[in-house]
Design a binder for this molecule. Structure first.
Ligand SMILES: [Fe+2]
Ligand SMILES: [Fe+2]
Length: 169
């Protein structure tokens, strides 16, 4: 299953990279729109479990973590918006349709296989790290906001791996 996660990510990244060559902030905006959705999906499922009295040992920790991550991702989105990432309607149509599908996919995935859902999103966050690193190396290594976002994405990778390890016990 982890292999399928990797193939899914590589294929999605290939398509987005192809569509968004040299359109950095539009690509970042699309990626941020999608990358933040899983945190909302995780929170929805955790709420649902709570409502059914199925609160696990790590419940509060996970709720708090995913809420913080979702707020942090919204901050990233706002940075990309301030740089014109959502200026064109075609990019908005693309991202909003994609995120609608991805949100519900992640709700289902996290509900039935939370460890694998975390694994998939570790791949996404790792891809975000790679994407921002390339930007810094190729375009502008002094861009403080992007450096901060890169650091945030690195933390998300660690936090998701930590959450994955927590629910394994
Ligand atoms: Fe982000
Ligand atoms: Fe992230």
């Amino acid at each position: 299953m982890k292999r399928i996660n990797r193939i899914f990510i590589e294929l999605s990244v290939f398509i987005i990279d192809l569509l968004y060559q040299d359109r950095y902030f539009q690509r970042f905006w699309v990626l941020e729109t999608i990358a933040r959705a899983p945190y909302f999906s995780f929170l929805s499922v955790l709420h649902f479990r709570e409502s059914l009295g199925l609160r696990g040992k790590s419940h509060l920790y996970l709720m708090e973590e995913h809420f913080k991550q979702s707020v942090n991702e919204t901050e990233h989105l706002e940075v990309m918006e301030s740089r014109g990432g959502n200026f064109f309607w075609i990019d908005r149509v693309f991202a909003y349709h994609l995120v609608l599908i991805y949100y519900w996919l992640m709700v289902g995935y996290y509900l039935v296989a939370p460890a694998l859902a975390y694994d998939l999103n570790v791949c996404i966050e790792e891809h975000a790290v790679k994407t921002y690193r390339h930007y810094l190396e190729d375009v502008d290594f002094t861009d403080e906001q992007i450096i901060q976002i890169l650091n945030d994405e690195q933390s998300h990778v660690k936090e998701l791996k930590n959450a994955q390890a927590l629910i394994a016990y």
